[in-house]
Design a protein around this ligand. Structure first.
Ligand code: C2E
Ligand code: CA
Ligand code: CA
Ligand code: CA
Length: 274
C-alpha cells in the first residue's frame, strides 16, 4: 500500500508539472497570437421565433494553437487572468464592427453581437474604446450589440452602471448573456440600461419538460419591455415551445452552427433577396 501511495504521489506531481507546462505553452501561444492577430471570428445567426427572419449574428472567437482548435471556454479564462483579454477584446470589437459595416453597405443592416468580458467592462476606457471603434469603421451604433453575462454585471452593478449608461448613450444595444444563471435583483434589473435578455442554454435544454425558468424570464422581459433571445436551441420541440411562449428570437444548432464570415454573408444575401 505504501508503495502504491508512493507511485500515486510521483504520478500526481508529474501530472501537476504537465498541467503547469501546458498552461505556460497556452499562455505563450496566446501572447504570440495576440501579436500576430491570428484569431478568427465566426458568426452564429439569430432568427425571429415566429417566421424565422434573420435578425442578426453573434460573433464568436476562434483560435488554432499549433494547428489544434482551442475552445474559447478554455483560452478566454487564461486571457482574462493574464490581461491579454483587453487586446483580444479590442481586436474582436474592431473585426466585428468592420464586418457589420461592410455587410450593411453591401447588403443591408444586420446587427452583430460581441461578447464582453469582465476585465473589459471594468476597464475605465472601455466606453471610449467602443465609441472610437464605431467612429473608425463608420459603424451605425445600432448595428453593435454587447453581450455581458449576468454574473459579471450583477457582481458589481454600482460600479458598472456608469459604463453601461455611457455605452447605451452611444446607441449600442446591451444584452444580458446567460440570463437566469446568476442572481438578478428585480430592482436592479429595472434600473439597468439593457435591451435584451438571453435565456441561458441550460434552461432551453430543459424545454419543453421543465419550462419554469424559461417562462419566468420571458414574462419578466415582457414586463420590462426587453426582448428575449433563447440560446442553444437544438430541437424542433424547443423552437415550438419558445415561439408559443412569446420568446422573440432563437439561436442554436437547430437554426445554424456558427458560420465563417463568407457563409454568414451568403445567408444575409438570401435574407435580403426576398
Ligand atoms: P456564450 O457567449 O454563451 O456563447 C454561446 C456558446 O454556445 C458558443 O460556444 C456557441 O458556439 C455555443 N452554441 C451555440 N448554439 C449551441 C447549441 O445549440 N448547442 C450547444 N451545445 N452549444 C451551442 P463557443 O463559441 O465555444 O463560446 C463559448 C464561450 O466563450 C461563449 O459563451 C463566451 O462566453 C466565450 N466567448 C466566445 N467568443 C468570445 C469573444 O469574442 N470574447 C469573449 N470575451 N468571450 C467569448
Ligand atoms: Ca454570448
Ligand atoms: Ca450565452
Ligand atoms: Ca452560455
Amino acid at each position: 500500500a505504501k508503495n502504491a501511495g508512493g507511485n500515486r504521489f510521483v504520478f500526481y506531481t508529474r501530472d501537476m508539472t504537465d498541467r503547469a507546462e501546458a498552461r505556460l505553452r497556452l499562455e505563450s501561444g496566446l501572447r504570440e497570437a495576440v501579436a500576430a492577430r491570428s484569431f478568427e471570428l465566426v458568426y452564429q445567426p439569430k432568427v425571429e421565433a415566429s417566421g424565422g427572419r434573420l435578425t442578426g449574428f453573434e460573433a464568436l472567437i476562434r483560435w488554432r494553437h499549433e494547428g489544434v482548435p482551442i475552445s474559447p471556454g478554455d483560452f478566454i479564462p487564461v486571457a482574462e487572468d493574464t490581461g491579454l483579454i483587453i487586446e483580444i477584446g479590442r481586436w474582436v470589437l474592431e473585426e466585428a464592427c468592420r464586418t457589420a459595416t461592410r455587410w450593411a453597405l453591401d447588403h443591408g443592416p444586420v446587427p452583430v453581437a460581441v461578447n464582453v468580458s469582465a476585465r473589459q467592462l471594468a476597464d475605465p476606457g472601455f466606453a471610449r474604446q467602443v465609441e472610437q471603434v464605431l467612429q473608425r469603421h463608420g459603424t451605425p451604433p445600432d448595428l453593435l450589440e454587447l453581450e455581458i453575462t449576468e454574473t459579471v454585471i450583477m457582481k458589481d452593478v454600482r460600479h458598472h452602471l456608469p459604463t453601461l449608461n455611457r455605452l447605451r448613450a452611444l446607441g449600442v444595444r446591451i444584452a444580458i448573456d446567460d440570463f437566469g444563471t446568476g442572481y438578478s435583483s428585480l430592482a436592479y434589473l429595472r434600473q439597468l440600461p439593457v435591451d435584451v435578455l438571453k435565456i441561458d442554454r441550460s434552461f432551453v435544454n430543459d424545454l419543453p419538460h421543465a419550462p419554469d425558468i424559461a417562462s419566468t424570464v420571458i414574462a419578466l422581459a415582457q414586463r420590462l419591455l426587453l426582448s428575449t433571445v433563447a440560446e442553444g436551441v437544438e430541437t424542433a420541440e424547443q423552437r415550438h415551445w419558445l415561439a408559443e411562449a412569446g420568446c422573440d428570437c432563437l439561436q442554436g444548432y437547430l437554426i445554424s452552427r456558427p458560420l465563417s464570415a463568407d457563409a454568414a454573408e451568403a445567408m444575409i444575401m438570401t435574407a435580403f433577396a426576398c
